[in-house]
Ligand binder design. Sequence first.
Ligand code: GLN
Length: 157
Amino acid sequence: LILPGGESTVQGKLLKELGMFDPIKQKIRAGMPVLATCAGMILLAESIEGQPDGQPSSWFGTMSMTVKRNAYGRQLGSFHTIQEMKGMGEVPMTFIRAPYIEKCEEGAEVLAEIEGNIVAVKYKEQYGLAFHPELDEDDTIHSAFLESIKKYKALSK
Ligand code: GLN
C-alpha cells in the first residue's frame, strides 16, 4: 500500500466515510508493507502533535512514533535537500509543508535525520517518510519498498 501525501485530516475522514479505514488498518496490522509519505506518514503515527482541537491524536496508529504536523511551518517552509538514508546512500528529499518525527518508540528504526530531526523511519514493514520520493528521479526508496513486498509475499505463501 502507498499512502501518499496530501492533507491527513481529509484523508483520514474520507477513509472512514468510505468504509476503508478498518479493513486497511487490519491489513497493516497483519504485516502488509506500506510506503507512507508526508500526510500518509501522519496517518500511520501512533501519536500526532499539532492537531487542531477536535481532531484525533492518531489515525491508524500502526507505527510506534510521534510525529509533529507542519513542523517546518507553512507552505513557504517547503524545501529540497540531499541526505543520507541508512543503508541506501544519499537520496534527494523534497519536503512540502512537512511533518517530522518527534520521537520513535521501541522497534522503530531511524533511517534519516536532518539537523537533528528524524525524517524517515522504518517500523516492521512500514516506511514513514516526511518527504516525497515520488517528486525526484531517484528510485532507491521505491526499490527498498519493493524488497519489503517481495519478503511479505514470500512469507505469505
Ligand atoms: N501538511 C499536511 C498535513 O499535515 C501534509 C503535507 C504533505 O503531505 N505534503 O496533513
